[in-house]
Design a protein around this ligand. Structure first.
Ligand code: SF4
Length: 186
């Protein structure tokens, strides 16, 4: 199915593993056909895997968030490597690059210590609290406060999906209005 010409130029960021890319810690993917077969037909999806992007290999050791839920550390579970600074350096660079993409939305993989948007587990003294956000998802939300964002699981719900699509279209219209009001300097 061809993309709708009116929406094909609209870009949405997405966790790469949801596109079927084998970037997960176990060497697999988490392809979400209900996203690629719906929004992938309407919009251009821009994949980002922050763990591969920050220099980690595939496969790699599993990791999790630990410590203060407001400022958690990204730790490998077995060998206890602290990957926080490595990930945050990637986040700083990538969010600036993504400005050029003019994203109108972002779809995140749930439960990931890097990409999860809502209720990601943060282990404090061994006790998991479902109160955190993946470090990359957090960087995106902070850098693009008006960007429509969602987690992949919630988009199974048709009403949530349609509402997200509407927010994406509104975001595009707002960007286009700003361009008309403030054309680029000659
Ligand atoms: S959840 Fe995020 S970090 Fe993990 S494999 Fe998918 S895109 Fe990469």
């Amino acid at each position: 199915m061809e993309k709708d010409i009116a929406t094909a130029s609209i870009k949405i960021g997405i966790s790469s593993c949801l596109l079927g890319e084998k970037v997960r810690f176990d060497g697999g993917h988490k392809h979400a056909p209900f996203i690629t077969d719906t929004m992938g037909k309407l919009f251009t999806l821009v994949g980002v895997c922050p763990e591969v992007g920050c220099g980690l290999s595939t496969p790699r050791e599993a990791m999790r968030l630990e410590g203060d839920p407001a400022a958690p550390r990204l730790m490998t579970i077995k060998t206890r490597q602290d990957l926080t600074e490595q990930m945050l350096a990637f986040c700083r660079e990538r969010v600036c690059e993504l400005e050029k993409e003019e994203l109108c939305g972002f779809i995140f993989k749930k439960n990931s210590p890097s990409s999860g948007l809502f209720r990601v587990k943060v282990y404090n003294r061994g006790v998991p609290l479902e109160s955190g956000r993946g470090l990359f998802a957090d960087a995106i939300v902070r850098h693009f406060p008006l960007l429509p964002v969602e987690e992949e699981g919630r988009l199974c719900d048709v009403a949530i999906r349609e509402e997200f699509i509407e927010r994406v279209l509104t975001c595009r219209r707002r960007m286009d209005r700003i361009k008309v009001v403030s054309p680029p300097a000659p």
